[in-house]
Write a protein that binds this ligand. Sequence first.
Ligand code: FEO
Length: 397
Amino acid sequence: MPPIEVKKDVYWVGAIDWNIRDFHGYSTYKGTTYNAFLVLDEKITLFDTVKKPFRSDLLHNIRRIIDPAKIDYVVVNHVEMDHSGCLPEIFDVIKPEKIFCSAKGKEALLEHYHADGWPYEPVENGQVISLGKRTVQFLETRMLHWPDSMFSYLPEDRLLLSSDAFGQHWATSERFDDQVDQPELFWHATKYYANILLLYSPLVEKLLANVQKMGLPIDMVAPDHGLIWRSHPEKILKAYGAWSRQQTKQKALVIYDTMWKSTETMAKAITDGLMQEGVEVKMMDLQVNHRSDIMTEALDAKAFVFGSPTLNNQMLPRMADMLNYLKGLRPRNRLGAAFGSYGWSGDGVKQISQELEAMKMKVLHPGLSIKYVPTHEGLRECLALGNRIGRAIRDGG
Ligand code: FEO
């Protein structure tokens, strides 16, 4: 992919990773991009780099514009190796005069690459540097996504280089939001938030309030992954506002795994009960839905109903994986309940209920267990559980 001028003298020089399918546990069915930006000014500056195997893509793109040796500054907005991984590889080609990063960024760069001799230039929150005709203001965005993360704001260009925030894992030949299908773009942005940033929602909320207070005019938001928000920056900022407040709708997910279909039969009856109450509901079998797609649906779901039979006195492994993943992402203000078929111990349902308590969910049932295969009467109980959860959702929890 050739470089693209995104603003006058500001070029996208990143790489497209069409083939990545797993991003530390997140299913990237449609790949991703590693966005890096080259700014031509009196001080030629490269903002972020790319993942190590994409070193040549980055250098080819830079060479189409200038000799990489002419780069004066490198800004490391984020040290995670999808953005800094090829820095050691290109350092000798670029030989930058300065590497700007946060104080935590300097620590993390040293801890990753052990390069004591690099010209680190740690910057503080709000610090402004000049590149010549334009300036760069650094905004500390700790934990979005790592302790070192920061944004670079270019006021003369009204451009926010937002590192991981506002990104999407989606490999496309297009570079701008208005060139792609909008529902798909927002689906990828939703998935990204749900799987990467949800647990940092309180920090996102604070950051958005600060940005609003600072009154920064922004007409382009360029994240380090996916499409650049050129036509709809306000839409993604608004979406982040809702997501960071963990706003939910009248929606439930019935998430289950099953051995001999008894738990699935229960899941269907619970789903029927929820539908009878007029709430949106999705049945999500862990055998066919990836945890990160379930997480995407979980972002705006008010209630989660988890079902698993018991295997070797435990819930099924896929359910343990799902709950572990969900717990780490810290959904708040949700309703929960557990169900499942069992043969003798029935510990699986009890274990799920304990996990829901640990996640601070409002647990609406001590756990609905049915021995072996549900009878018609048992399924009526499941229907009633669905009704009860549906009413609780409609009543606002
Ligand atoms: Fe895209 Fe936190 O790295």
